[in-house]
Design a protein around this ligand. Structure first.
Ligand code: NAP
Length: 260
C-alpha cells in the first residue's frame, strides 16, 4: 500500500481546467490540501466549488500568471500561508497556440516559452524553500509527447517548449537531490479537455484512429501518474518521465495499427 497523502500541501498551476483540474481532483480525492493557480478568477472559483466536494482536504485558489516571476513567488507564498508549507508542486500551466513555423513571430515564441518554460522554472524556484522544508518535496511537470517524442505541424514552438521542460528537469533533479526534492514529468498524449473539444470532431477522430487504445485519455489519467510520483514510495524516482498516451507513440508506421 502507498502511504496516504492526507493533509499534504499540493500546488497545481493551471489547475482551473483541463489536465490541471484533473490532477487537482485526484489529489483532492486523496485527501490533500490543494491550491490551484491560474489567471482567470471566475474559472478558478468555478473549479474550486467543483473540487471542494471531492475530499477531506481544502481547495483554495490564487489568481496568478506563471510567466511572471513575482506571480510565481505569490503562488508559493499563498500555499505556505494557507496550508503551512508545500509538499508537491505540479507545474502544469501551459499554452499551445498553433501556428505554422514559417509564420512564427518573436512574440509568438515568447508567449509560449514565457508560460511553458519560464513559468515552469520559476514556479519550481519559488516553491523550492518550502519543498525542501517538507523533507519529501515533489515536483511534477506536465510536459507532452509533442516535442520530446513526436511532432505536429503548427506546434514547432510548443514542441520546443515541452522538450525544454525536460532539459530543465534533468539538471534540476540533480541539483535538488541533496534537498530531498524529486523532479519528474508526465508526458500526456491526447487528453480529452475543453481545449481539445475546440479543435473539432475531425481532429478528435483522427487522433483516436492513431492511438492503439482508440480513445483519448481522461484528465484523471494524468492525475494518477502525478499521484504516484508524489507518494513517499516514489522517493527514489527522480529525473524521469512517464508517458501516458494509450500507446500513441508506439506504432512505427500506420501499418502497425492495421486490424488493431
Ligand atoms: P487547458 O485546458 O487550456 O488549461 C490550461 C490551464 O493553464 C488553465 O487553468 C489556464 O487558466 C492555465 N494557464 C494558462 N496560461 C497560464 C499562465 N500564464 N499562468 C497561469 N495559468 C495559466 O490546457 P490543458 O490541455 O489542460 O493543458 C495543461 C498542460 O498539459 C499544458 O502544459 C499542456 O502543454 C499539457 N498537455 C496537454 C495535452 C492535451 O491533450 N490536452 C497533451 C499534452 C500535454 P487561465 O487561462 O485562466 O490562466
Amino acid at each position: 500500500m502507498f502511504t496516504p497523502l492526507n493533509g499534504r500541501s499540493v500546488v497545481v498551476t493551471g489547475g482551473s481546467k483541463g489536465i490541471g483540474k484533473g490532477i487537482a481532483r485526484v489529489f483532492a480525492r486523496a485527501g490533500a490540501d490543494v491550491l490551484i493557480a491560474a489567471r482567470d478568477e471566475a474559472t478558478l472559483a468555478t473549479a474550486a466549488a467543483d473540487l471542494g466536494t471531492e475530499g477531506a482536504g481544502r481547495v483554495e485558489t490564487v489568481a496568478a500568471d506563471v510567466s511572471k516571476v513575482a506571480d510565481c513567488r505569490r503562488i508559493a507564498a499563498t500555499a505556505v500561508d494557507r496550508f503551512g508549507g508545500i509538499d508537491v508542486l505540479c507545474a502544469n500551466a501551459g499554452v499551445f497556440p498553433d501556428k505554422a513555423f514559417t509564420e512564427l513571430t518573436e512574440a509568438d515564441v515568447d508567449e509560449v516559452f514565457d508560460c511553458n518554460v519560464k513559468g515552469t522554472m520559476f514556479s519550481v524556484q519559488a516553491c523550492l524553500a518550502a519543498l525542501e522544508a517538507s523533507g519529501r518535496g515533489r515536483v511534477i511537470i506536465t510536459s507532452s509527447i509533442t516535442g520530446p517524442i513526436t511532432g505536429f505541424p503548427g506546434w514547432a514552438h510548443y514542441g520546443a517548449s515541452k522538450a525544454a521542460q525536460l532539459g530543465f528537469l534533468r539538471t534540476a533533479a540533480i541539483e535538488l537531490a541533496p534537498k530531498r526534492v524529486t523532479v519528474n514529468a508526465v508526458l500526456p498524449g491526447n487528453i480529452a479537455t475543453e481545449g481539445l473539444a475546440d479543435m473539432g470532431p475531425e481532429y478528435r477522430a483522427g487522433m483516436e484512429a492513431a492511438i492503439p487504445q482508440h480513445r483519448l485519455g481522461e484528465v484523471e489519467d494524468i492525475g494518477y501518474a502525478a499521484l504516484y510520483l508524489a507518494t513517499d514510495e516514489a522517493a527514489y524516482v527522480t529525473g524521469q518521465t512517464i508517458v501516458v498516451d494509450g500507446g500513441q507513440v508506439l506504432p512505427e508506421s500506420p501499418a502497425a495499427l492495421e486490424g488493431i
